[in-house]
Design a binder for this molecule. Structure first.
Ligand code: NAP
Length: 247
């Protein structure tokens, strides 16, 4: 029997890996975004109930390997997965997408967490937030002299001094240029997610001489094996599955 893989997802990379997995394997999503209905592997949705719940799940489902392909800022599930794997003696592999690197001409202002973002934005009037849904929880805190443009996956009514745009990448330089100009953006707020799908905003910020307030990545647990791309992880999994079939 093929050793069962639990793939932790919620990213485009994870979906690419999930598409290569067959019936015995499980793709797990938190349940905030779209749930694919066309995969050969099983799909489960929702939290496990912390590290303990996940450790229980690993034992009950006879999982032989966990591949964490969650977003680099989804620190809680990664910490839980590392702890659960250690407790259950299951190998913990992780896909760590390479972060973007500042290019000549970039003006990146590195910050930690939401408080750091707000402090760094003090001199600006028209920020574009590309952090996901976090700014939606702070709509009542938009400073008098600022107008926020918030791009995230959720449709949301917005606020007198905030506009919410629900959009899903990939984004193009042409599209970003148009948005930055129309919304009179004077600073971009970003996570250092890495990958090509949402990178155009950085090139356009550079081109237009706009600063980028960049949230630092959270520290992530050590993994037995780390991959920098979905393809690397797919190749490693294919080898591992083949080995377990031959065993
Ligand atoms: P998080 O803070 O690390 O996790 C919060 C809780 O959500 C976890 O403790 C876990 O609940 C549950 N969870 C998260 N990912 C899960 C998964 N793949 N399968 C089952 N349960 C999961 O995560 P987050 O930042 O809220 O992100 C949620 C999801 O969105 C992640 O899957 C992530 O890959 C994706 N995402 C996040 C970002 C981002 O910027 N944070 C961006 C794009 C996509 P229990 O403790 O109950 O198990």
């Amino acid at each position: 029997m093929t050793a069962r893989i639990l793939l932790l997802g919620g990213t485009g990379d994870a979906l690419a890996i999930a598409r290569t997995l067959g019936a015995p394997h499980i793709y797990s999503l938190a349940g905030l975004g779209r749930v694919p209905a066309d995969l050969a592997c099983a799909v489960r949705v929702g939290g496990f109930g912390g590290a303990l719940g996940l450790a229980r799940f690993l034992a009950e489902e006879d999982i032989a390997l966990v591949l964490d392909a969650t977003h680099p800022y989804a620190a809680q599930i990664s910490a839980n997965a590392a702890r659960a794997c250690e407790a259950a003696h299951v190998p913990y592999w992780a896909l760590r997408r390479a972060p973007w690197q500042p290019q000549p001409g970039d003006d990146w202002r590195m910050v930690n967490g939401w408080a750091g973002v707000i402090e760094a934005l003090a001199p600006f009037a028209r920020p574009l937030f590309t952090l996901g849904r976090e700014p939606l929880a702070h709509l009542d805190e938009v400073p008098e002299r600022q107008h926020w443009t918030i791009r995230c996956l959720d449709a949301h009514p917005g606020h007198a001094r905030a506009r919410v745009i629900d959009a899903r990448g990939p984004f193009t330089p042409e599209g970003e240029r148009k948005l930055f100009t129309e919304a009179c953006i004077d600073v971009v707020v970003s996570k250092n997610s890495g990958g090509a799908a949402t990178e155009a905003k950085l090139a356009v910020a550079r081109e237009m001489g706009l600063p980028v307030v960049m949230m630092r990545r959270p520290p992530l647990p050590d993994a037995q094996r780390e991959f920098a791309s979905a393809q690397q992880a797919i190749d490693a999994l294919a080898n591992d599955i083949q080995r377990s079939l031959n065993a």
